[in-house]
Design a protein around this ligand. Structure first.
Ligand code: MN3
Length: 201
């Protein structure tokens, strides 16, 4: 099965004013589609064409040399953006609950400290990449990756990831990445993050 861009689970303008409609159209319809098309092109005709994107990303180092970079960038881009749409919601924001809240408080001290750390990690990412909250097999961790590198390729489970490529924010925030990161938490879908946490734990 070739990869496909999943439809957005809300309207393109649903995350306004924090994320603008035009950015969502370009980001979902053009950028994500390009990652999917290029990943499919790279994997076409190989034994990996019928594997899930997670399986592909977990096994990058045993893929044929000549497609490794294309798959890393584009299957990574597909997985990262699929997660990104799911962990945002027009009904988002607020505070996490339950076991996720407990784990965040135990690891980082508070939800506010977690947000600060994720934002700071995103601001410090030079060039393009992502700022992540992951489950590393034993607990929660925050780090960034460059380009479209996925935590899955490091055997971690991504729970929350903020896209800090300029294409994610430039139309509305121009060069003000910190402002975008601050605003992003107004659309975080904690329920979706909680579900990922429960499956990972
Ligand atoms: Mn993006």
């Amino acid at each position: 099965m070739a990869f496909e861009v999943p439809p957005l689970p809300y309207d393109y303008n649903a995350l306004e004013p924090h994320i603008d409609e035009q950015t969502m159209h370009l980001h979902h319809d053009k950028h994500h589609q390009a990652y999917v098309d290029n990943a499919n092109k790279a994997l076409d005709g190989t034994e990996w064409a019928n594997h899930s994107v997670e399986q592909v990303l977990a096994n990058l180092e045993i893929l044929p040399d000549e497609i490794q970079t294309a798959v890393r960038n584009n299957a990574g881009g597909h997985a990262n953006h699929t997660l990104f749409w799911e962990i945002m919601s027009p009904d988002g924001g607020g505070e996490p609950g339950g076991s996720l809240a407990n784990a965040i408080n135990d690891t980082f001290g508070s939800v506010d400290e977690l947000k600060k750390l994720v934002n700071d990690t995103g601001v410090k990412r030079f060039g393009s990449g992502w700022s992540w909250l992951v489950h590393d097999g034993t607990g929660l961790a925050v780090y960034s990756t460059a380009n479209q590198d996925s935590p899955i390729s490091s055997s971690d489970t991504p729970l929350l990831g903020i896209d800090v490529w300029e294409h994610a924010y430039y139309l509305k925030y121009q060069n003000r990445r910190p402002e975008y990161l601050e605003a992003w938490w107004n659309v975080v879908n904690w329920e979706a993050v909680q579900q990922r946490f429960e499956s990972a734990g």
